[in-house]
Ligand binder design. Structure first.
Ligand code: SAM
Length: 211
């Protein structure tokens, strides 16, 4: 399985049709959490099983992973979990996907690809324009969670999000996870790997300002 695909490739210019929330979920009114770059979505299966008062939507650019995840959702008859294939940047840009954001209460970017070479920085998911687009779509009070084991990527994402004056940081020590999308703090696959190798984890939470 290829670990990286180039999100700027023209292959990802078109996105799949994004169904309505009613088509995606049994109860479309529940709080919605969006996980961007979810890979095979293992942690989303854990979350959706336990937190039935939330809906979960994973976006992933590697098509084969999304196909497999969709089959698993059907086999296990999940009613609060859905996966969309495509470049998250294009999905946020695309008019037909914008309705999703009225229910989104939180978004996670867990261990996004670092793209170490400077000329590849533009492949990173979090870009000023992307954050600007999100800030226009998200409701006040919506949370963004970022996590990575790459300090330089963390600094870049932190700077990019905070450069948009619609977001401010929440101190992790003041944050109550019990009402969040992940009350039991389930770990993503990459997070398990990082912890088992005793690498550092850099993380932050941001909130869209309430004026
Ligand atoms: C290092 S993996 C982390 C996977 C998972 N979040 C975790 O913590 O285990 C990063 C994932 O982001 C996906 N990805 C990268 N750029 C993306 C984009 N623009 N849109 C959607 N997914 C993307 C990659 O294909 C990959 O599956």
């Amino acid at each position: 399985m290829r670990q990286h695909v180039n999100p700027l490739s023209r292959n990802f210019d078109e996105i799949e049709r994004i169904p309505s929330l009613i088509e995606m979920f049994d109860d479309s009114k529940l709080n919605l959490h969006l996980d961007v770059g979810c890979a095979a979505g293992e942690v989303l299966f854990e979350l959706a099983l336990v937190n039935t008062s939330w809906n979960y939507l994973g976006i992933e650019i590697r098509e084969r992973l999304v196909k497999t995840a969709k089959v698993k959702v059907q086999e296990r008859a999940f009613k609060n979990l859905y996966f969309v294939f495509g470049n998250a940047n294009n999905i946020v840009d695309n008019v037909q996907g914008k309705f999703i954001f009225k229910n989104v209460k939180s978004i996670s970017f867990n261990f996004p690809d670092p793209w170490f070479k400077k000329r590849h920085y533009k492949r990173r998911i979090i870009q000023p324009e992307f954050i600007n687009n999100l800030s226009k779509l998200l409701q006040e009070g919506t949370l963004i969670f970022i996590k990575t084991d790459v300090k330089e990527l963390f600094d870049y994402m932190d700077y990019t999000i905070l450069s948009n004056f619609n977001f401010k940081k929440i101190e992790k020590k003041d944050f109550n996870y019990s009402e969040s999308f992940n009350p039991k703090k389930f770990l993503t696959n990459r997070e398990k790997y990082v912890i088992s190798n005793q690498f550092d984890i850099f993380e932050s939470i941001y909130i869209k300002n309430c004026d």
